[in-house]
Ligand binder design. Structure first.
Ligand SMILES: [Zn+2]
Length: 343
């Protein structure tokens, strides 16, 4: 009887979160949604029906905590558990990890800008011990409330925002400054969740691989090729991003990935791509446009990522809310997306 109970417990645990246990190549097969999307659409059911095994929440920690602690959020978590969908939280965080009103108390915790002024607009000074202590403590506090079922944490810098240029920090790139903070946060987070790992996001101004700072062994690489073109595969090395996104070719995107993979293991790396990102295609303005869906690009990109030994990939799908599905009700693109991971 006791053995049978243990077996049942093990099965429940296996169902609870599947993305780290499966034998197939693509372990994390995800989509990242805003709280608004998750509140208005039954995403756990869509994920189950489309072969998506991980749902990521987005955008800021407090907002996501408040959602998860609401009745709707609890239903979301329960449904994900029932269907075996992992839940993680992909968050622009620094603004909340170091509350801006602390500026009055100690401006040295905040970044020095190009004009030589300490400012609380974005991020922090990573050479302020007081700042790092507060950030680590608050990361642990959010970790306790968020509890991703796959133990992967994502507390990013402020979105594409400048970092500190004080005499000590200016020797470090934005990605190195991020890593200094992440190395500090992971220690505190693992006191709350001993299995925790934490993302180092390579994106926008943090695409450069860190050189002067080495990652803690529980930091994993998250690569987000923001300056890509989702209408062309990354293997088209000369492809350029859409107008207004600069001149970075797909080849340059992949060079950033390759450089980062010399610092971080491929096995634990997560790709955060834009294949389903309706918010980006809509210029971050509602009403949303229909997703320009190119399954052949996803298949080709997954093959490219797989060549590097990468086994985890997700995509922003922000703006896929109730209004979006009213205008574009077909689930065919999402089903096809899930199927791309089977190939
Ligand atoms: Zn500094």
């Amino acid at each position: 009887m006791k053995h049978r109970l243990l077996l049942v417990a093990a099965l429940v645990a296996a169902v609870a979160c599947s993305c780290t246990k499966e034998e197939q190549w693509w372990q994390l097969r995800g989509a990242v949604l805003s709280v608004e999307d998750l509140q208005s659409v039954d995403w756990p059911k869509i994920a189950r029906d489309c072969g998506i095994n991980t749902l990521g929440t987005h955008i800021h920690p407090t907002q996501v905590c408040e959602f998860l602690e609401s009745e709707k959020g609890q239903e979301f978590l329960q449904e994900c558990e029932e269907y075996g969908i992992c839940v993680e939280h992909q968050l622009h965080s620094m603004n909340e990890l170091l509350p801006r009103d602390l500026y009055e108390e100690d401006p040295q915790m905040f970044r020095l800008n190009d004009e030589g002024v300490r400012t609380a607009d974005f991020n922090c000074c990573v050479h302020s011990e007081a700042a790092l202590q507060i950030i680590a403590k608050n990361a642990a506090a959010f970790a306790a409330r968020l509890r991703p079922t796959n133990h992967r944490y994502y507390f990013w810098l402020d979105d594409g925002a400048p970092t500190c240029v004080c005499p000590l920090c200016k020797e470090y790139s934005a990605s190195e400054q991020a890593l200094i903070i992440e190395n500090r946060m992971i220690g505190a987070i693992r006191k709350v969740d001993p299995k925790a790992t934490l993302a180092h996001l390579a994106y926008a101004n943090t695409l450069d691989a860190p050189v002067k700072v080495k990652p803690d062994k529980n930091i994993f690489l998250e690569f987000a090729p923001f300056y890509r073109n989702i209408e062309h595969p990354l293997s088209e090395l000369d492809a350029l991003p859409p107008e207004g996104y600069g001149q970075m070719t797909h080849g340059q995107n992949l060079k950033y990935l390759e450089d980062n993979l010399k610092v971080f293991p491929a096995e634990s790396t997560v790709i955060l791509d834009y294949w389903l990102d309706v918010s980006m295609c809509s210029g971050w303005k509602k009403p949303a446009v229909q997703l320009p869906w190119h399954p052949e690009v996803v298949r080709d990109d997954l093959a490219t990522y797989k060549k590097y030994g990468i086994r985890n990939a997700t995509s922003f799908a922000v703006y896929m809310d109730d209004a979006y599905f009213e205008s574009y009700p077909s689930l065919a693109p999402l089903k096809e997306y899930g199927a791309c991971f089977e190939d």
